[in-house]
Design a protein around this ligand. Structure first.
Ligand SMILES: Nc1ncnc2c1ncn2[C@@H]1O[C@H](COP(=O)(O)OP(=O)(O)OP(=O)(O)O)[C@@H](O)[C@H]1O
Length: 288
């Protein structure tokens, strides 16, 4: 296992998978399930597309395929077909339109450790090609303190933690932050408060969390924005169409558009040299 991990790391840094520009890897996570993370991810992708960003969404909620359900799509292939060498990355990516593509996840992600050198090379060369296809890789990590969730968070350039003002969501968000271990010791942690009735409610929830995180964990976090509790989100879930497509004028989507503006400003300027998908994969492997 150790040998495979070091081989992978070496391969990830090889020239053959280098590409001219580096994409930004953003992990979207939550301490607790059901707080609206997947709805947020799909709408954030739509809102970022309005800023002309090309976005790939990786459904990292392995095996549960929530992103597929949110878009009402049923992709034939997923990342497991890439790992087994049956398909190329281009065959797996599912185009949604507006410059957005979905990379369907699968429980096969954990099989990365059991691939032989030829298979590993194939996977890395394929993933390296993502870099040319999009500006942002948005990962819906799944909820909770699972190994995969924490690894995605730790390896990403930026993390967006979605929570609601309800006490269990706040407590679980704190628990998740406490469990993050980054190889660089740096995690760019941004909070989105979902399902709020007012700006005041959002700010109060954020300040409670910030107080605890700064006092007990000594970690910097920032407030990226909030999303109003809006019945149009519930309707969009039922219709399997993101609210950004179903009701783009809704309060909820307008909040997400504003957050996308913050993502563009906060994460994209000044221009930084991101480590890109190669760096992301290398970090992921260091965490094994
Ligand atoms: N801003 C909002 N206003 C009203 N309802 C919302 C809002 N955001 C999410 N919801 C509702 O919360 C429910 C859960 O949303 P979603 O599936 O996106 O959560 P999740 O955190 O991804 O869940 P899981 O962890 O189970 O994947 C949905 O029924 C959705 O309608």
């Amino acid at each position: 296992m150790y040998d495979q991990a070091s081989t992978l790391r070496q391969m990830a840094s090889e020239r053959e998978v280098t590409v001219p520009k580096n994409m930004r890897v953003i992990a979207v996570s939550s301490g607790k399930g059901g707080v609206g993370k997947t709805s947020f991810v799909v709408n954030l992708a739509l809102a970022l597309a309005e800023y002309n960003y090309k976005v790939i969404i990786l459904d990292g909620d392995l095996g549960l395929a929530n992103v597929d359900v949110a878009f009402g799509i049923t992709p034939k292939y997923n990342i497991k077909h890439l790992l087994t060498g049956e398909k190329r990355i281009e065959d797996i990516l599912y185009p949604i339109g507006k410059g957005i593509k979905v990379l369907p996840g699968a429980s096969g992600m954990v099989e990365l450790a059991n691939l032989d050198r030829g298979q590993l090379k194939n996977v890395l060369v394929n993933l390296g090609r993502l870099e040319k296809m999009a500006d942002i890789l948005l990962i819906d990590t799944g909820a909770g303190l699972g190994h995969t969730v924490l690894n995605f968070i730790s390896a990403a350039d930026d993390v967006i933690l979605v929570l609601t003002p309800e006490p269990p969501s706040m407590t679980d968000a704190y628990g998740l932050i406490k469990s993050i271990k980054s190889p660089t010791g740096k995690v760019n942690l941004n909070i989105v408060v979902n399902r709020v009735k007012s700006e005041e409610e959002a700010r109060q929830a954020y300040e409670r969390l910030e107080h605890a995180v700064t006092k007990f964990l000594g970690m910097p976090i920032s407030l990226l924005g909030w999303v109003y509790d809006d019945p149009s989100v519930g309707r969009s879930v039922m219709e399997q169409k993101p609210v950004g497509l179903l009701d783009p004028q809704s309060y909820a989507y307008r909040c997400v558009q504003w957050i996308a503006g913050n993502v563009a400003g906060v994460f994209m300027q000044p221009p930084t040299q991101n480590s890109g998908i190669r760096g992301f994969i290398s970090s992921l492997l260091k965490l094994k």
